[in-house]
Ligand binder design. Sequence first.
Ligand code: TRP
Length: 449
Amino acid sequence: MASREQWNSKAGFLMAAVGSAVGLGNMWRFSYLTAEGGGAAFVALYLVFTLMVGLPVMLAELTVGRGSGKSPIQALAHYANGVTGGVAWKLLGVVFVAAGFLILAYYGVIAGWTVRYAGEALMGFGADPAAHFGEISQGIDAFLFHVVFMAVTVWIVRSGVTTGIERVSLFAMPLLFVLVIGIAVYASTLDGVGPGYAYYLNADFANALSTKVAVDAAGQAFFSLSLGMGAMLTYASYLGRDHDLPVESAIIATADFGVAFLAGLMVFPLIFALGLQSDVLGLESDGSTIGALFVALPKAFAGMGDAGRVVGFLFFLALVVGALTSAISLLEVVVSAAIDGLGWERSRAAIVMGAAITLLGAAAASSTDVLGVMDGVANNLFLVGGGLGLAIFVGWLMKDPIAEARTGDRQGWLTGWLFLLRFVVPAVLLWVLWNSVPATLDSIAGLFR
Ligand code: TRP
């Protein structure tokens, strides 16, 4: 067996993993879910799920990936020997790869919107952002920008793990941090931002304690951390034994939460300063919140004159950068599975799988309703179900997961990890599935009514 490619440096792996986690989820999805879920209370719930469910599953993915040195399907087969269910666990890997297909197909469409908006921001946004978004978010325009974005994604993944993914991440992530911090600081200098901060930072728990908000917060924790479909597992398969996985999981989760939190510090002050809160709450349009950010923010930037052009461009540039490093991780799951499972060359795998996913994206580009359903199915069924399967596999079936996760000592951490993975994670995820599956299935049926 040819020896597997490995990351060149610790920072390279961390930037790639943080690059996977930090993306549209932190900025687009986090902002609209926070708005829907009543501000700070949603953020608090989301943080709790990140710590209690996200972190343990992250460490489980890193453990299985590093220990096996394989892509998801083969990684599960590697540990499935002598375990209840045996090689049938490979099916979980197949579900992971299918989720990668599904998510990247619509993720690329949203990323395409951000590419377009970065350009439009420079030229100045027009007078009616809601009508404009309606036109460009669906149909041939949406598809073409999706194709452009996917072409770049394919090109990077095709270039290899260290020469493509690692190199791009080492450059892109620091850039993204600078942009996000810079814009958040700039936003704080505007007049009339007080209510925006109040909305974002004062918890209204009475509002947050609904099942829907909690289910959304749990799903968001998974999506934002890139969990439940083997993305972190795949990246960890290029790791050596010298990595301290518990510490690196914590670093990735902290960076991911940090960028989401900063995104809120950009978005809410900007929007409230211009009195556009009803837009982001989705009260303006048809109540669909998917486009809220793409309607409210262009209005805000248009209201800021020349500064708005620059800030608007930088804001959408940050979104593009985040989306790109996430999209390459989604594609890498599918590509690595094709390399290990079908024996394909990386180049062929990237081009063929990338093209197939791009075509599937036509469904998401056809209407934002379809896109919304794809997002719901991916999160509520695939990621939560995938995370549950992995928690059961690693927590209950795999032999001595603590030894596999360990690098130095950290016995205390790892005992706590196994407890969360065995009891807390499955309980929470089952509860989420119980509460979200009926509505998700109904939303699929709704497309055909
Ligand atoms: N985490 C990314 C975001 O927040 C999206 C993403 C990348 C992802 N890879 C993933 C989500 C794997 C789920 C699974 O935008």
